[in-house]
Design a binder for this molecule. Structure first.
Ligand code: AKB
Length: 325
C-alpha cells in the first residue's frame, strides 16, 4: 500500500470496553503503527501499550486532540470515548460535556482536516418508553429519558448534519449491550450481562441489579467489532443511513442468561436486587429490527446466547486458572 493510501487511524476511548478490542483489531488489519490508541486518564493495558502508539488526550479539550491529529497525520477517527447511561444519570453535566462537546470537537477536526471517515457510536439508549419495544423499527420515536440517551439522539443528528452540510463521511450504529471477556464495561446499564460471567467463574454467585424478567438486546464483542469495521469499510454509495443504524444480534432476559450459565456451572446462583438502573433498562427496547443494516451493508451477526456463553466461560475460566481474573 502506498503511503498516500495508508490509513492513519485515531481511536478515542481505547482503554474502554469496546475501544480496547477495536484498537487491537484495527492494528491487526492496518498495521500497529497506523493505529493511535488514546485515553483520558485510565492506565492502558500492557497489550495496548506494547502493540503500538498510545497518547493521553481529552476530547473535551480540542487542542489535545488536534495535537495528535497533526503529529500522527490522522485521517480516520473512531470516537469511542463516552460516558455511559448509569454514570450519565449520576453525572449528567459530565455526560453532556464528553458526549456532545467532545463529539463536536471530533467532527470539527474531521471537517477542518478533511478526514476520510469518522465512526460515532450511538446506542439503544436513543430510544425511550414511547418507542415500540419489540422489533424496534429503524425510523421511530426517539424520546429517551436519560442524559446519555439525549446525547445519543443529538449526536446522531449532529453527525448526520456534518455529513449533509460539510460532506464529512460520518457513520455509526445504535449498539445494544455489548458482552466481552477482555475489558470490563464501566457505568452502563447493561453491565450486569458482563459482570454475571465474571462472578459465575470467580464466586459462583451474582446479585443482578435488574429484575429476572428484564429483557434487553445484547451482542458479543466479536460481532460488535466486525460490524463496526464492516460499516466503516463499505462503499459510501451503498448507504442510505449514516449515523443511526439499528444493530441487533440476540435478546434475552437476565433470568435466561443465568440459566444458560447454569448449564455450564450447575452450582451457580443468581439473585436479583434491582436498583436505579432498572428504570433505565425498562425504558429501552427488548428487541431491534436491524434490516436497514443488513440490507445496506450486509450486517449479519454470528453468535447467539449459547455460543457466546460457551466462549465467555472458556476464556474467563482459563484466565481464572492462570490467576489473571
Ligand atoms: C449502557 O448500558 O449504557 C450501554 C449502552 C447500551 O449504550 N452499554
Amino acid at each position: 500500500m502506498s503511503k498516500k493510501n495508508m490509513k492513519k487511524i485515531l481511536v478515542t476511548g481505547s482503554v474502554g470496553q469496546i475501544g480496547s478490542e477495536l484498537t487491537m483489531a484495527l492494528r491487526k488489519k492496518h498495521g500497529n503503527d497506523n493505529v493511535l490508541a488514546t485515553g483520558r486518564k485510565t492506565k492502558p493495558s500492557e497489550t495496548l501499550l506494547n502493540s503500538g502508539p498510545f497518547e493521553f488526550i481529552d476530547i473535551v479539550k480540542k487542542e489535545t486532540v488536534e495535537k495528535v491529529v497533526k503529529d500522527y497525520d490522522i485521517d480516520t477517527i473512531y470516537n469511542m470515548a463516552a460516558i455511559l447511561s448509569a454514570t450519565g444519570e449520576e453525572k449528567p453535566l459530565l455526560c453532556w460535556d464528553v458526549n456532545m462537546n467532545g463529539l463536536y470537537n471530533i467532527l470539527e477536526l474531521a471537517r477542518e482536516y478533511e478526514m476520510t471517515r469518522v465512526f460515532v457510536p450511538s446506542s439503544i439508549a436513543a430510544f425511550g418508553p414511547e418507542t415500540p419495544r419489540i422489533d424496534t423499527p429503524q425510523e421511530t420515536v426517539l424520546k429517551p429519558k436519560t442524559m446519555y440517551g439525549v446525547t445519543k439522539v443529538a449526536g446522531e443528528l449532529l453527525a448526520d448534519y456534518y455529513f449533509k452540510r460539510f460532506n464529512v463521511d460520518v457513520r455509526g450504529v445504535r449498539y445494544p449491550g455489548i458482552i466481552s471477556s477482555e475489558t470490563l464495561p464501566g457505568g452502563g446499564t447493561t453491565d450486569y450481562a458482563v459482570a454475571i460471567y465474571y462472578e459465575a467463574i470467580k464466586n459462583k454467585r451474582y446479585t443482578c441489579f435488574v429484575k429476572k424478567d428484564t429483557t434487553l438486546p445484547m451482542m458479543y464483542m466479536p460481532d460488535c467489532i466486525k460490524g463496526t469495521i464492516d460499516l466503516m469499510e463499505v462503499d459510501l454509495s451503498k448507504l442510505k443511513h449514516h449515523s443511526d443504524f439499528n444493530l441487533a444480534s440476540m435478546s434475552f432476559s437476565a433470568g435466561e442468561l443465568a440459566s444458560e450459565i447454569k448449564k455450564h456451572i450447575p452450582e451457580f446462583i443468581c439473585d436479583y436486587k434491582p436498583d436505579f438502573r432498572q428504570v433505565i433498562a425498562d425504558s429501552w427496547p427488548q428487541s431491534i429490527d436491524d434490516s436497514a443494516a443488513r440490507k445496506e451493508w450486509g450486517w449479519k451477526p454470528s453468535y447467539n446466547l449459547s455460543s457466546m456463553t460457551k466462549d465467555m466461560l472458556e476464556k474467563l475460566g482459563k484466565r481464572h486458572e492462570e490467576g489473571k481474573l
